[in-house]
Design a protein around this ligand. Structure first.
Ligand code: PLP
Length: 441
């Protein structure tokens, strides 16, 4: 077969790379948000990363506030992580057997949060999918409750959208999801205790689990109302259902013990099942489902709930995850907290100066900006959708033009790393006023 491109004809600009990608990859991207669909314009192809910076195919450098959607807690190419990966690569890319690092990473996770068993998988999607199968296996019930606007990956049953009745008529959230699959997921509004009480009153004996993001970060950030997560623990326990605590995004980022370290740890409760991803792979594809032994040991080969993966516990991913978590100690989270606060102050100052109504949505050190929301705030998906989304595209593009790479959607959290230093913050400070004025227009 003839190669489509040779070295001499290979595209090198962002626009040419995007055009080439579109001819062979659906939409030119391997994950939809990367297509700039909600902000317009051509996506940027990155070729290199170091510390808080990304460099694109045309040699332009950006301060990165996406951090690969979360994994790069220590910044890009942290020397300890890169060293560990190099050593792992030299030893072999994949063995398809047990390896020493996989139990070390599992132990490290179990040392930070109260879980007794950890099963490694390759993506957050697999982790939540497995958690749901486990919950159904453990309870011998079929229904799952999720919250509108929470994202748990793209397995069929979790791509359900709220229907008209309170959690009785969920609809497929994507073409290709069957009505039967959607019907087994009840979708309720986030922070809505009354709706949850209603759903449990109506169908409590059929509900296997409630799945929640520890703090929602996929409709922009939404702060769990005081005691909401504890209420989830209480209502699930009362009805014999499990609580699946999705920390794929917040895990080991929000604190050394993830978002649970800011909530359940102080309130004295633990979920039944946890899901992790992103940070535990340090930029390599790994994720995990975890929990107490009684539930987790229902997994094959011990129990009747089947789950498997060719590349699960991949040695290179384990090495990256281990080095990342070993270095993700107190100082890292303090730095991220300080930089996040600095960033928030910059945003509030510039947006206020430009007369742009906004609120900064916060959950621990995770945050996002929402426009036209200062009066009501954003407490659920309906609030998130009702904001002035049109202001984000000019804001985003002004930041991009001034060398700052933001999430290409207003419905995403911003990610800061411990590598964001004064120089990176200065560049952001220079860009923000331009973006605020663009958002005002
Ligand atoms: N759960 C949460 C909270 C997430 O934010 C994500 C991805 O962003 C997932 C699950 C799915 O993870 P993955 O993209 O690795 O499949």
């Amino acid at each position: 077969p003839q190669a489509a491109t040779t070295a001499a004809t290979a595209p090198t600009t962002n626009a040419a790379l995007y055009a080439a990608a579109r001819s062979v990859i659906p939409g030119g991207v391997n994950s939809p948000v990367r297509a700039f669909g909600s902000v317009g314009g051509d996506p940027v192809s990155m070729v290199r990363a170091a510390g808080p910076y990304l460099t694109d195919a045309e040699g332009r450098e950006y301060v990165d506030l996406v951090c690969s959607w979360g994994p790069m807690l220590l910044g890009h190419n942290h020397p300890a992580v890169v060293d560990a990966v190099h050593r792992a690569v030299d030893a072999g890319l994949s063995f398809g057997t047990s390896t020493p690092d996989e139990y070390r990473l599992a132990e490290l996770i179990a040392g930070r949060v109260p879980v007794e068993r950890v099963r490694m998988v390759s993506t957050g999607t697999e982790a939540t999918m497995t958690a749901i199968r486990l919950a159904r296996g453990a309870t011998e019930r079929n229904l799952i409750v999720k919250f509108a606007g929470c994202y748990h990956g793209h397995s069929d049953g979790l791509l359900a959208a709220a229907g008209s009745g309170v959690a009785t008529q969920s609809l497929p959230g994507s073409a290709g999801v069957t009505e039967a699959q959607a019907a087994e997921t009840l979708v309720v509004g986030y922070n809505d205790r009354a709706a949850l009480e209603e759903v449990f009153a109506a169908r409590g004996t059929e509900i296997a689990a409630v799945i929640t993001e520890a703090a929602p970060c996929n409709m922009g950030v939404v702060t769990p109302s005081d005691g909401f997560n504890q209420f989830l623990r209480e209502i699930t326990q009362r009805h014999g259902a499990l609580l699946i605590w999705d920390e794929v995004l917040t895990g080991f980022r929000a604190s050394e013990a993830g978002y649970w370290g800011l909530s359940g740890k102080h309130e004295g409760w633990t979920p039944d099942l946890w899901t992790f991803g992103k940070v535990i792979g340090g930029g390599m594809p790994t994720a995990a489902v975890a929990g107490r032994a009684e539930v987790m040991d229902l997994l094959a080969p011990l129990g009747p709930v089947y789950q498997a993966g060719t590349l699960s516990g991949n040695p290179v991913a384990m090495a990256a995850g281990l080095a990342t978590l070993q270095n993700a100690t107190g100082g890292v989270h303090d730095t991220i907290a300080r930089r996040s606060q600095q960033l928030e102050d910059l945003l509030v100052g510039a947006l206020t100066e430009a007369g742009v109504d906004h609120s900064i949505q916060r959950a621990g050190t995770l945050f996002s900006v929402a426009f036209g929301t200062s009066e009501r705030g954003v407490h659920d998906y309906a609030d998130a959708q009702a904001q002035e989304t049109f202001r984000y595209a000019p804001f985003f593009h002004a930041m991009l033009q001034h060398g700052v790479y933001l999430p290409p959607s207003v419905f995403e959290a911003w990610f800061v790393s411990s590598a964001h230093d004064d120089a990176a913050m200065d560049r952001i400070a220079e860009a923000v006023p331009h973006a605020a004025r663009a958002a005002a227009a």
